[in-house]
Design a protein around this ligand. Structure first.
Ligand code: GDP
Ligand code: IMO
Ligand code: MG
Length: 429
């Protein structure tokens, strides 16, 4: 039965958490398939705010089984902090399943993330400092520690020893830090074993059986298309596949079982960290949208960089992810504007580009070509049907829809669970 993949169309923070939560009562499983606690999803239910980093947003729906897939990197300290925080607020987390093949973020990788960023200086990526990049690098270098390794103390010790053989040289000789002791890392990781055990499962097998039994599974991306290590603005990206393809490798669900791909597209653009951003605003409108949209990082609290909506990126996201439906969020943040510029193409050294330039240098030099749409100057947060929206807001959505290559099925008009217009069911139909 249906597998829906939900991804971010831009540079993250589009409102993926809210979109997942919105679909919650129609889902049986929500699988996080990439990233770790670099993600930050804010979900507002009945005026109560939940900030999730590592746990899939589906944890907030009592009928959903949340799954941390094999493609995720898990900081065990953060995992249990988040579980304890939710339990204290009355959310039952016992349904959580964690893949035995997911990798764990060891303390030395958090240190390496921070010191390497400092070392890069002006060339830094602006990472979240959570150890994400070094942990994925270890996975690829085949010196990573997996969840299952924690259940065999002798294997764990061997793996930590092997990893530190090289890392301690780097830490001490390049970064001038003290070497890390194998036993300290091993004991820290072992301290989580008893709490971790009940959650660990063969999640790929469970998901396959669930699908055979007609269950509905949503694979929820962390980060977004332009932060994808292959398809994003490399090197200013995260270290995993945040695009739809990552849903297969990061969960064990085969491509032939995926039915729909929903891309969450914010009505404007934001970016945290370094890297190119053609429609970035350095004027009062950037500050205005940052304030009305509360655009400060859920994970690091950094003010997000803000820009106008970029349809070159929207089209690119549609193509790379095979998007069947868009969810446009934060349309209400335009309520106070007289007019709204939308980027429809780029000018690169006098040449018009309707698609993403093939090389990064051109993308750095891309100047947005705007079309300006009229604003609506009224509060749309109470609208629940498309026809309720002012005609200018309807025209805005239709303008975007005509240029991004897939229907806009959901329109967000406020942060709350209820503040949404559903034009089409993303489960098909
Ligand atoms: P994610 O990382 O993609 O899950 O997004 P974040 O949670 O980091 O950022 C999105 C923010 O926008 C959150 O604070 C949401 O509560 C908020 N949000 C989501 N959809 C809407 C919407 O339609 N309107 C408004 N005003 N806020 C929204
Ligand atoms: P959600 O899931 C926005 C950015 C960081 C940095 C780059 C690499 O909330 O959309 P990393 O720590 O992953 O190695 O940092 O990626 N980044 C995000 N930006 N939203 C996120 O997640 C992000 N996760 C990572 O700011 O530029
Ligand atoms: Mg976020």
């Amino acid at each position: 039965m249906p597998v829906i993949v939900l991804i971010g169309a831009q540079w993250g923070d589009e409102g993926k958490g809210k979109a997942t939560d919105l679909l919650g009562d129609r889902l049986d499983y929500v699988v996080k398939f990439n990233g770790g606690n670099n993600a930050g999803h804010t979900v507002v239910i009945d005026g109560e705010k939940y900030a999730l980093h590592l746990l899939p947003s589906g944890i907030l729906s009592s009928n959903v089984i949340p799954v941390i897939g094999n493609g995720v990197v898990v900081d065990l300290n953060v995992l249990f902090q988040e579980i304890d925080g939710l339990e204290a607020r009355g959310i039952d987390t016992s349904r959580l399943r964690i893949s035995a093949n997911a990798h764990v973020i060891a303390s030395y990788n958090r240190s390496l993330d921070k010191v390497s960023e400092r070392f890069l200086g002006s060339r830094r990526i602006g990472t979240t400092g959570r150890g994400i990049g070094p942990t994925y690098a270890d996975k690829m270098n085949r010196v990573g520690i997996r969840v299952q390794d924690l259940f065999d103390e002798s294997i764990l010790r061997q793996k930590v020893t092997a990893a530190l053989l090289f890392k301690n040289q780097v830490l001490s000789k390049i970064y001038n830090r003290s070497a890390v002791k194998v036993e300290e890392v091993v004991q820290e990781l072992l301290s989580y074993v008893d709490r971790l055990r009940p959650y660990v499962a063969d999640t790929a097998l469970e998901l396959s059986q669930a699908l055979d039994n007609e269950k509905v599974v949503l694979c929820e991306a962390g980060q977004a298309t332009l932060l994808d290590v292959d398809h994003g603005t490399y090197p200013f990206v995260t270290s995993s596949n945040a695009t739809a393809g990552g849903a297969c490798t990061g969960s064990g669900i085969p491509p032939t079982r995926i039915d729909r791909v929903v891309a969450v597209l914010k009505a404007f653009t934001s970016r945290v960290g370094e890297g190119p951003f053609p429609t970035e605003l350095h004027d009062k409108w950037g500050d205005y949208l940052r304030e009305v949209g509360h655009e400060y990082g859920t994970t690091t609290g950094r003010p997000r960089r803000i820009g106008w909506l970029d349809l070159v990126i929207g089209r690119y996201a549609q193509r790379i992810n095979g998007v069947t439906d868009f969810a446009m969020t934060k349309l209400d943040n335009y309520d106070g504007l007289d007019e709204i510029p939308v980027c429809v193409a780029y000018d690169v050294n006098g040449v018009r580009h309707d698609e993403m330039p093939i090389n990064q240098t051109d993308f750095h030099h891309a100047k947005p070509i705007y079309e300006t749409l009229p604003g609506w100057k009224q509060d749309i947060s109470g609208c629940r049907k498309f026809e309720d929206l002012p005609v200018e807001a309807q025209a805005f959505v239709e303008f975007v829809e005509a240029r991004v290559g897939a229907r806009i099925s959901i329109v967000g008009v406020g942060p709350g669970r209820e503040a949404v217009i559903e034009r089409h069911s993303v489960l098909g139909g």
